[in-house]
Design a protein around this ligand. Structure first.
Ligand SMILES: Nc1ncnc2c1ncn2[C@@H]1O[C@H](COP(=O)(O)OP(=O)(O)OP(=O)(O)O)[C@@H](O)[C@H]1O
Ligand SMILES: [Mg+2]
Length: 273
Protein backbone atom coordinates (compact mmCIF):
# COMPACT_ATOMS: atom_id res chain seq x y z
CA UNK A 1 0.00 0.00 0.00
CA UNK A 2 1.31 3.45 -0.92
CA UNK A 3 -0.27 6.55 0.63
CA UNK A 4 -0.01 9.77 -1.40
CA UNK A 5 -1.25 13.01 0.18
CA UNK A 6 -2.07 15.96 -2.06
CA UNK A 7 -1.42 19.35 -0.46
CA UNK A 8 -0.76 23.03 -1.02
CA UNK A 9 -0.30 26.10 1.09
CA UNK A 10 -2.79 28.06 -0.94
CA UNK A 11 -6.47 27.31 -1.65
CA UNK A 12 -8.01 26.75 -5.04
CA UNK A 13 -4.85 25.67 -6.87
CA UNK A 14 -6.03 22.18 -7.83
CA UNK A 15 -5.52 19.71 -4.96
CA UNK A 16 -8.95 18.17 -5.42
CA UNK A 17 -8.51 18.18 -9.20
CA UNK A 18 -5.20 16.32 -8.90
CA UNK A 19 -6.65 13.84 -6.38
CA UNK A 20 -9.65 13.18 -8.62
CA UNK A 21 -7.48 13.00 -11.76
CA UNK A 22 -5.21 10.41 -10.17
CA UNK A 23 -8.28 8.51 -8.92
CA UNK A 24 -9.74 8.60 -12.44
CA UNK A 25 -6.47 7.26 -13.93
CA UNK A 26 -6.41 4.55 -11.24
CA UNK A 27 -10.00 3.49 -11.96
CA UNK A 28 -9.22 3.45 -15.70
CA UNK A 29 -6.32 1.12 -15.00
CA UNK A 30 -8.07 -1.04 -12.38
CA UNK A 31 -5.72 -0.06 -9.51
CA UNK A 32 -7.44 -0.79 -6.19
CA UNK A 33 -7.61 2.68 -4.65
CA UNK A 34 -8.97 4.46 -1.57
CA UNK A 35 -9.70 8.18 -1.64
CA UNK A 36 -9.65 9.96 1.72
CA UNK A 37 -11.39 13.33 1.76
CA UNK A 38 -9.82 15.29 4.63
CA UNK A 39 -11.13 18.66 3.43
CA UNK A 40 -14.16 19.93 5.41
CA UNK A 41 -15.39 21.47 2.12
CA UNK A 42 -15.73 17.83 0.94
CA UNK A 43 -15.54 18.63 -2.79
CA UNK A 44 -13.94 15.30 -3.71
CA UNK A 45 -16.72 13.43 -1.88
CA UNK A 46 -19.42 15.34 -3.73
CA UNK A 47 -17.82 14.30 -7.03
CA UNK A 48 -17.15 10.59 -6.49
CA UNK A 49 -19.82 9.79 -3.92
CA UNK A 50 -22.83 12.02 -4.55
CA UNK A 51 -25.51 11.37 -1.94
CA UNK A 52 -29.05 12.68 -1.72
CA UNK A 53 -29.22 15.63 0.67
CA UNK A 54 -30.47 14.20 3.97
CA UNK A 55 -31.95 17.56 4.91
CA UNK A 56 -31.38 19.63 8.00
CA UNK A 57 -29.61 17.83 10.86
CA UNK A 58 -29.42 14.67 8.78
CA UNK A 59 -33.16 14.05 9.03
CA UNK A 60 -34.85 12.57 5.97
CA UNK A 61 -38.41 11.25 5.82
CA UNK A 62 -38.77 11.96 9.51
CA UNK A 63 -36.04 9.42 10.26
CA UNK A 64 -32.67 10.23 11.67
CA UNK A 65 -29.91 9.35 9.20
CA UNK A 66 -26.31 9.15 10.29
CA UNK A 67 -23.84 10.34 7.69
CA UNK A 68 -20.65 8.46 8.55
CA UNK A 69 -17.49 10.23 7.50
CA UNK A 70 -13.76 10.41 7.97
CA UNK A 71 -14.50 12.70 10.97
CA UNK A 72 -15.81 9.59 12.77
CA UNK A 73 -12.55 7.77 11.94
CA UNK A 74 -10.56 10.68 13.38
CA UNK A 75 -12.71 10.47 16.53
CA UNK A 76 -12.29 6.70 16.81
CA UNK A 77 -10.02 4.86 14.36
CA UNK A 78 -11.35 1.39 15.27
CA UNK A 79 -12.08 -1.37 12.73
CA UNK A 80 -15.77 -1.14 13.60
CA UNK A 81 -15.96 2.57 12.73
CA UNK A 82 -13.75 2.24 9.63
CA UNK A 83 -16.01 -0.51 8.26
CA UNK A 84 -19.03 1.75 8.73
CA UNK A 85 -17.40 4.76 7.08
CA UNK A 86 -15.68 3.22 4.04
CA UNK A 87 -17.86 3.18 0.92
CA UNK A 88 -17.57 2.01 -2.68
CA UNK A 89 -17.55 5.12 -4.90
CA UNK A 90 -19.90 5.84 -7.77
CA UNK A 91 -16.88 5.58 -10.13
CA UNK A 92 -16.56 1.80 -9.77
CA UNK A 93 -15.74 -1.00 -7.35
CA UNK A 94 -11.99 -0.42 -7.54
CA UNK A 95 -12.37 3.04 -5.96
CA UNK A 96 -13.43 3.19 -2.32
CA UNK A 97 -13.77 6.38 -0.28
CA UNK A 98 -13.61 7.63 3.29
CA UNK A 99 -16.13 10.44 2.69
CA UNK A 100 -15.51 13.95 3.98
CA UNK A 101 -17.64 16.02 6.32
CA UNK A 102 -17.83 19.54 7.68
CA UNK A 103 -17.25 17.96 11.09
CA UNK A 104 -13.66 17.18 10.07
CA UNK A 105 -12.95 20.86 10.81
CA UNK A 106 -13.10 19.94 14.54
CA UNK A 107 -9.78 18.14 14.02
CA UNK A 108 -8.09 21.15 12.42
CA UNK A 109 -7.46 23.13 15.62
CA UNK A 110 -3.98 23.21 17.08
CA UNK A 111 -3.94 21.05 20.18
CA UNK A 112 -0.46 19.83 21.05
CA UNK A 113 -1.76 17.28 23.53
CA UNK A 114 -4.01 15.62 20.98
CA UNK A 115 -3.35 12.14 19.67
CA UNK A 116 -5.68 12.77 16.74
CA UNK A 117 -2.72 13.66 14.49
CA UNK A 118 -1.79 9.97 14.32
CA UNK A 119 -5.28 8.56 13.96
CA UNK A 120 -5.48 8.65 10.16
CA UNK A 121 -2.18 6.76 9.87
CA UNK A 122 -3.45 4.19 12.38
CA UNK A 123 -6.77 3.82 10.58
CA UNK A 124 -5.23 3.32 7.13
CA UNK A 125 -3.07 0.49 8.46
CA UNK A 126 -6.24 -1.31 9.62
CA UNK A 127 -8.13 -1.27 6.31
CA UNK A 128 -8.89 -4.78 5.16
CA UNK A 129 -8.46 -5.59 2.32
CA UNK A 130 -5.69 -3.00 2.06
CA UNK A 131 -5.90 -0.91 -1.11
CA UNK A 132 -2.90 -0.70 -3.44
CA UNK A 133 -3.04 3.09 -3.44
CA UNK A 134 -4.46 5.67 -1.01
CA UNK A 135 -4.99 9.26 -2.20
CA UNK A 136 -5.60 11.89 0.49
CA UNK A 137 -7.15 15.23 -0.51
CA UNK A 138 -6.08 17.89 2.01
CA UNK A 139 -7.73 21.18 3.01
CA UNK A 140 -6.13 24.48 1.90
CA UNK A 141 -3.77 25.03 4.84
CA UNK A 142 -0.82 23.36 6.48
CA UNK A 143 -2.83 22.88 9.69
CA UNK A 144 -3.56 19.79 11.77
CA UNK A 145 -5.52 17.93 9.09
CA UNK A 146 -2.74 18.31 6.52
CA UNK A 147 -0.24 17.26 9.18
CA UNK A 148 -2.33 14.12 9.84
CA UNK A 149 -2.27 13.44 6.10
CA UNK A 150 1.53 13.81 5.98
CA UNK A 151 2.05 11.60 9.03
CA UNK A 152 -0.03 8.94 7.22
CA UNK A 153 1.75 9.36 3.86
CA UNK A 154 4.67 7.83 1.98
CA UNK A 155 4.58 10.47 -0.73
CA UNK A 156 3.53 14.13 -0.73
CA UNK A 157 2.19 15.57 -3.96
CA UNK A 158 2.51 19.37 -3.88
CA UNK A 159 0.24 21.40 -6.13
CA UNK A 160 0.70 24.96 -7.34
CA UNK A 161 -0.35 27.29 -10.10
CA UNK A 162 2.41 29.03 -12.06
CA UNK A 163 1.82 32.34 -10.25
CA UNK A 164 3.60 34.98 -8.20
CA UNK A 165 3.55 33.19 -4.84
CA UNK A 166 4.23 29.72 -6.22
CA UNK A 167 7.86 29.57 -5.05
CA UNK A 168 7.12 30.55 -1.43
CA UNK A 169 4.07 28.27 -1.37
CA UNK A 170 6.08 25.27 -2.58
CA UNK A 171 8.95 26.06 -0.21
CA UNK A 172 6.64 26.19 2.81
CA UNK A 173 4.89 22.98 1.80
CA UNK A 174 8.26 21.22 1.34
CA UNK A 175 9.31 22.42 4.80
CA UNK A 176 6.11 20.96 6.26
CA UNK A 177 6.89 17.62 4.56
CA UNK A 178 10.45 17.69 5.90
CA UNK A 179 9.24 18.48 9.45
CA UNK A 180 6.84 15.53 9.54
CA UNK A 181 9.39 13.21 7.91
CA UNK A 182 11.98 13.97 10.59
CA UNK A 183 9.54 13.98 13.50
CA UNK A 184 7.04 11.24 12.69
CA UNK A 185 7.19 9.50 9.34
CA UNK A 186 10.55 8.32 8.05
CA UNK A 187 9.11 6.83 4.82
CA UNK A 188 7.62 10.19 3.77
CA UNK A 189 9.17 11.80 0.67
CA UNK A 190 8.00 14.53 -1.66
CA UNK A 191 6.91 12.91 -4.93
CA UNK A 192 7.16 16.34 -6.49
CA UNK A 193 5.34 19.49 -7.48
CA UNK A 194 2.43 19.42 -9.92
CA UNK A 195 2.12 22.67 -11.86
CA UNK A 196 -1.59 23.10 -12.57
CA UNK A 197 -3.57 25.29 -14.98
CA UNK A 198 -0.56 25.99 -17.15
CA UNK A 199 -1.18 28.06 -20.27
CA UNK A 200 1.65 27.96 -22.80
CA UNK A 201 2.60 31.26 -24.42
CA UNK A 202 1.30 33.20 -21.39
CA UNK A 203 4.50 35.04 -20.47
CA UNK A 204 3.82 34.99 -16.72
CA UNK A 205 3.22 31.20 -16.78
CA UNK A 206 6.36 30.49 -18.84
CA UNK A 207 8.38 32.70 -16.48
CA UNK A 208 7.04 31.07 -13.29
CA UNK A 209 7.53 27.56 -14.70
CA UNK A 210 11.17 28.36 -15.55
CA UNK A 211 11.64 29.83 -12.07
CA UNK A 212 10.16 26.75 -10.36
CA UNK A 213 12.30 24.39 -12.49
CA UNK A 214 15.35 26.46 -11.72
CA UNK A 215 14.77 26.27 -7.97
CA UNK A 216 13.26 22.82 -7.51
CA UNK A 217 14.85 20.95 -10.45
CA UNK A 218 13.57 17.38 -10.90
CA UNK A 219 10.97 17.90 -8.14
CA UNK A 220 8.88 19.77 -10.73
CA UNK A 221 6.84 16.93 -12.21
CA UNK A 222 6.24 16.40 -15.90
CA UNK A 223 3.88 16.82 -17.53
CA UNK A 224 2.49 20.11 -16.27
CA UNK A 225 -1.32 20.13 -16.24
CA UNK A 226 -2.94 22.34 -18.87
CA UNK A 227 -5.83 24.68 -18.12
CA UNK A 228 -8.86 23.05 -19.80
CA UNK A 229 -12.56 23.74 -19.29
CA UNK A 230 -13.16 19.97 -19.51
CA UNK A 231 -11.77 19.73 -15.96
CA UNK A 232 -14.61 21.86 -14.61
CA UNK A 233 -17.20 20.22 -16.86
CA UNK A 234 -16.29 16.67 -15.81
CA UNK A 235 -16.18 17.66 -12.12
CA UNK A 236 -19.55 19.40 -12.42
CA UNK A 237 -21.03 16.23 -13.89
CA UNK A 238 -19.28 13.99 -11.28
CA UNK A 239 -17.65 12.05 -14.14
CA UNK A 240 -14.03 10.79 -14.23
CA UNK A 241 -11.95 12.92 -16.60
CA UNK A 242 -11.05 9.69 -18.47
CA UNK A 243 -14.70 9.36 -19.47
CA UNK A 244 -15.28 12.94 -20.58
CA UNK A 245 -15.58 12.93 -24.37
CA UNK A 246 -13.58 15.96 -25.50
CA UNK A 247 -10.06 16.49 -26.83
CA UNK A 248 -9.25 18.72 -23.82
CA UNK A 249 -10.32 15.96 -21.41
CA UNK A 250 -8.18 13.39 -23.26
CA UNK A 251 -5.17 15.65 -22.98
CA UNK A 252 -5.68 16.13 -19.22
CA UNK A 253 -6.39 12.39 -18.76
CA UNK A 254 -3.08 11.52 -20.45
CA UNK A 255 -1.25 13.87 -18.09
CA UNK A 256 -2.86 12.10 -15.13
CA UNK A 257 -1.88 8.70 -16.59
CA UNK A 258 1.72 9.88 -16.61
CA UNK A 259 1.45 11.21 -13.03
CA UNK A 260 -0.12 7.94 -11.88
CA UNK A 261 2.79 6.05 -13.50
CA UNK A 262 5.14 8.15 -11.45
CA UNK A 263 3.20 7.40 -8.24
CA UNK A 264 3.09 3.65 -8.97
CA UNK A 265 6.81 3.55 -9.81
CA UNK A 266 7.56 5.05 -6.43
CA UNK A 267 5.20 2.48 -4.83
CA UNK A 268 7.31 -0.30 -6.39
CA UNK A 269 10.53 1.27 -5.16
CA UNK A 270 9.04 1.53 -1.65
CA UNK A 271 8.06 -2.16 -1.81
CA UNK A 272 11.62 -3.19 -2.79
CA UNK A 273 13.10 -1.51 0.27
N1 LIG B 1 -6.32 22.23 -14.99
C1 LIG B 1 -7.48 22.88 -14.80
N2 LIG B 1 -8.16 23.40 -15.83
C2 LIG B 1 -9.33 24.07 -15.62
N3 LIG B 1 -9.89 24.24 -14.41
C3 LIG B 1 -9.26 23.74 -13.34
C4 LIG B 1 -8.02 23.04 -13.48
N4 LIG B 1 -7.62 22.67 -12.24
C5 LIG B 1 -8.56 23.12 -11.38
N5 LIG B 1 -9.54 23.76 -12.03
C6 LIG B 1 -10.74 24.37 -11.42
O1 LIG B 1 -10.31 25.30 -10.45
C7 LIG B 1 -11.14 25.23 -9.29
C8 LIG B 1 -10.28 24.93 -8.07
O2 LIG B 1 -9.70 23.65 -8.23
P1 LIG B 1 -9.69 22.59 -7.02
O3 LIG B 1 -11.00 22.51 -6.35
O4 LIG B 1 -9.11 21.33 -7.56
O5 LIG B 1 -8.63 23.31 -6.09
P2 LIG B 1 -8.29 22.97 -4.56
O6 LIG B 1 -6.85 23.28 -4.36
O7 LIG B 1 -8.73 21.60 -4.22
O8 LIG B 1 -9.21 24.03 -3.80
P3 LIG B 1 -9.43 24.10 -2.20
O9 LIG B 1 -8.17 24.67 -1.66
O10 LIG B 1 -10.60 25.00 -2.02
O11 LIG B 1 -9.66 22.70 -1.73
C9 LIG B 1 -12.19 24.16 -9.58
O12 LIG B 1 -13.36 24.77 -10.05
C10 LIG B 1 -11.56 23.32 -10.66
O13 LIG B 1 -12.52 22.72 -11.51
MG1 LIG C 1 -9.95 20.95 -2.67
Amino acid sequence: MLVASVLSLKGGVGKTTVTLGLASAAVHRGVDTLLVDLDPQMNATTTVFPEPDPGLNGQANGQKRRRWSVADVLDDPSRKVIDKVIKVSAWGDSLRILPGSERTENHNHPDPGSKSLFRLAGALAKIDPAPELVLVDCPPSLGQLTRSALIAADRAVLVTEPSLFAVTGVQRALEAVQTERLAHRSTLQPLGVVINRFRPRVTEHEYRLAELRDLFGPLVLSPVLPDRSAVQQAQGASVPIHQWPTAGAREVAQSFDALLDRVLRSARSKARR
